[in-house]
Design a protein around this ligand. Structure first.
Ligand code: F3S
Length: 772
């Protein structure tokens, strides 16, 4: 592969190792009898630590998907400040003195949005000082690139700096697949998985199935890349992508911008997909050039044109194929409370009446990691300019979050920030803000019971996510539609067809938005203080800053190893219906305690609904005394009474939040049995030494009640057989009256995951391995 150009030292850490990947791919071809591969498989399998271990000529590719565990060596790790705290605390317990792959930390989740960067950033810096200091000291000690508060949102910065065609990266955030918009395989994981990659321990993933999405036609008028994914979410539902990589192909791909593709891959997380990716395109090349990475584009060109990498093979087979015609795609509005309740804009007004959704829209928010590209903002500002030209002002509060300092500075240079502000918008700091519940909302009283409707260009809309209020209905849509709705404030308004009455009595109708894919004058660098040292060296002399009296940071005590016996637990809670990681480990005010396991655990399952009583955050002790859920967990932990939680479908959907696994484990949980799990959460539970099981017969969920005793039957044998790569496990249920019966459950434990279980956690196991 001699035609792959050598890169200058500036780009070394940011260049996918194409020569190494192509060499591995050659081996993979041998092992798979030259079976045509999808793009996702080419990238994934070229990152196998040892192809011979995972692939064999006798196993057809189609049988590997969904069955075989792959051991992978990712190229890079990125972590956001909320999840990086626990990831670094776990990394520290391994005793290593540097990370083994390029790693970056991004301070974006802890910055509150209210009045704009000028006021919000200083107060967030003060309020989170010890956390930022801790992360900065970890970065300096272990040689990690540190993007400080105000520099931007992790996924935007990764897209601008690190994502590249053919790269494989892990990120401790569920929207890490955003980087797939630039042709990477980027997977959202928990901190313990990030530690695998940082310690160069092979990272394990069950080979996903591949869902092909064929795009034809070309977006036009009001339709935007966001509509591709909001439509797909409606079609697939929040579970439809589980254990699949979504791979886009077809002529329509050529018509999209790189940042538009990133919007689409970002929200693959909303259908539960492992990740999503696009084949290398001219649009990628334009974006790489615009972001100063010509060297990477040149190498990617060679990898594609000379060696056939970065695209699917002719004749590659997908497990399923969907088709979307971009030319006829309508804008969609998704919500409330779930991202898969998808309504085309033409039906939204009518549906809002029949569903009794608020007719007044109360706030509009644009930006976030999903939609803060230059293209998004330039299309939005076209609408703002149209309105301003006829004297029309926003009817409701309007917030904008730029994705990075580079985007903000470019928008400022091009007059877009000023136009926003002149027209009543508040431009917030370059951070997550309202998207992750860091929104100091002032237009309604705190704790208001009023049901309000907000329109956002974000990606997630679970209850209470944005303002902490369970009565707020968040409707997800494109930034263009959010902006048009801001000028009407009325759910019945369809900007494609309707006019707005002006003060002078005339009717005003928006023209479809127009914008630039990339800034015509190039990107502006912005303020230097927001840029880190690239590729810092580790410095073992640096002291990591953790105060022993801190209520926000706490060094970790390793979990106890398995005692070698069958598990015996009481059912603490039967959860009803949807239970996302926001229900299991709420964000908002709790983000403050991400680095303090004991303190954050007071939020465990506080959003869950008790199936037996219909109450939220209520569980009952064996004598019938009511507790809040974490309260009962703490009591049982003190009484040495291990517990099980039962739940329904897609338990743990939403984010990669590993506290949703750490806290239950910390509070004495041993088993979670569900009708089905969201993939990342199930893996996180295994990494923390818990036993996730699913009902072989879903009806058994109805036969078990809180207080019942559950005992595994055959766990010792299953462990002795290294888990058999998944299978069945019996569980004996004993009722308070002594009656008992056996139910069948399924597990998906691999050999490594059994080792995590035995050691008490994955980190314990990695530590043992590295020390020996
Ligand atoms: Fe930040 Fe995640 Fe939103 S990265 S912008 S909170 S989806």
């Amino acid at each position: 592969f001699t035609k792959i150009p050598k890169v200058s030292s500036d780009f070394q850490s940011r260049m996918p190792p194409y020569t190494k990947l192509l060499t591995k791919l050659e081996k993979v071809r041998e092992l798979t009898n030259n079976t045509p591969l999808t793009l996702a498989e080419k990238i994934l399998y070229s990152h196998l630590t040892n192809p011979e271990e995972s692939l064999s000529a006798s196993t057809p590719i189609a049988d590997i998907r969904g069955n075989q565990y792959l051991k992978l060596s990712p190229d890079r790790v990125a972590m956001q400040d909320a999840s990086a705290q626990m990831a670094m605390l776990q990394f520290m317990t391994t005793g290593l003195n540097k990370t083994f792959v390029p790693t970056s930390i991004h301070c974006d989740h802890l910055i509150v949005g209210r009045d704009g960067e000028g006021k919000d950033l200083p107060s967030s810096l003060t309020n989170n000082k010890e956390v930022f200091d801790f992360l900065e000291s970890c970065a300096a000690k272990y040689g990690i690139t540190f993007w400080g508060p105000g520099s931007g949102i992790i996924h935007q910065i990764v897209l601008e700096n690190y994502s590249a065609p053919g790269l494989m990266m892990l990120g401790t955030d569920s929207h890490t697949p955003n980087a797939g918009g630039l042709g990477a395989i980027a997977i959202g994981v928990g901190g313990a998985d990030a530690v695998d990659a940082m310690t160069a321990t092979p990272w394990e993933l069950k080979a996903p199935k591949i869902l092909g999405v064929k795009l034809t036609g070309k977006l036009n008028g009001w339709s935007a890349p966001k509509d591709v994914i909001t439509k797909i979410a409606g079609d697939l539902t929040v579970r439809g992508g589980t254990n699949h990589i979504i791979e886009y192909f077809g002529d329509g791909v050529k018509t999209l911008s790189c940042t538009g593709m990133a919007t689409i891959t970002n929200m693959g997380a909303e259908v539960g997909a492992t990740t999503s990716t696009f084949p290398y395109q001219e649009a990628h090349k334009r974006y790489l050039y615009a972001t100063g990475r010509k060297e990477i584009a040149d190498a990617a060109d060679m990898a594609l044109n000379e060696y056939g990498f970065l695209k699917a093979d002719e004749g590659a087979q997908y497990d399923k194929v969907m088709e979307i015609n971009l030319s006829t795609l309508e804008p969609h509005v998704n919500g409330p409370y779930t991202p898969d309740l998808s309504t085309p804009i033409t039906k939204y007004g009518e549906k809002s009446k029949t569903e009794n959704w608020p007719q007044k829209i109360s706030v509009g928010l644009i930006g976030s990691c999903t939609n803060s590209s230059y293209q998004d903002m330039s299309r939005v500002i076209d609408l703002v300019n149209q309105a301003a030209a006829v004297g029309l002002k926003p009817k409701i509060p309007f917030f904008v979050t730029p994705g990075s300092e580079q985007i903000r500075a470019t928008l400022e240079r091009d007059g877009i920030v000023k136009t926003f502000e002149d027209n009543g918008a508040i431009v917030l700091a370059n951070a997550c803000g309202p998207c992750i519940g860091q929104w100091d909302r002032t237009d309604i009283p705190k704790g208001s019971k009023e049901v309000t409707s907000i329109f956002t260009s974000f990606n997630r809309n679970f209850r209470a996510r944005n303002d902490g209020n369970r009565n707020t209905m968040n409707f997800l849509t494109s930034p263009e539609i959010v902006t048009a709705m801001i000028y009407s404030g009325n759910a019945q308004f369809n900007p494609l067809t309707d006019s707005i009455k002006l003060d002078n009595g005339k009717d005003f109708k928006f023209q479809p938005p127009k914008g630039d894919e990339l800034p015509q004058r190039g990107f502006e660098h912005g303020r230097n203080k927001f840029y880190p040292d690239t590729d810092p060296s580790p410095n073992p002399k640096v002291q990591v800053k953790v105060s022993p009296i801190s209520d926000r940071l706490q060094l970790l005590e390793p979990f106890k190893p398995w005692n070698g016996k069958e598990l015996k637990t009481n059912v603490l809670l039967k959860v009803e219906g949807k239970c996302t990681t926001d229900h299991i480990s709420a964000a908002g005010v709790w983000l403050k305690y991400k680095g303090h396991l004991e303190n954050i655990s007071y939020n465990t399952l506080i959003g869950a609904q008790n199936k037996e009583t219909g109450e939220v955050n209520k569980a009952y002790d064996l004598d019938g005394t009511a507790y809040d859920i974490p309260g009962l967990m703490i009591k049982w932990k003190k009484e040495h009474r291990p517990w099980t939680v039962l739940a329904e479908h897609n338990y743990g959907e939403g984010s990669a939040r590993e506290h949703a696994a750490l806290s239950p484990r910390f509070l004495g949980g041993e088993i979670i049995i569900t009708k089905s799990f969201a993939r990342i959460h199930e893996t996180n539970l295994k990494k923390q030494g818990m036993l996730p099981l699913t009902f072989a017969n879903e009806a058994d969920y109805d036969k078990i009640h809180s207080g019942d005793v559950l005992e595994t039957v055959g766990l010792v044998d299953m462990v002795a057989k290294d888990g058999n790569n998944g299978g069945f496990l019996d569980v004996k249920v004993t009722k308070p009256n002594g009656e008992s019966f056996i139910i069948k459950t399924k597990h998906t434990m691999s050999k490594d995951q059994i080792n995590f279980f035995k050691a008490g956690s994955a980190i314990n196991y990695i530590g043992e391995q590295k020390r020996n």
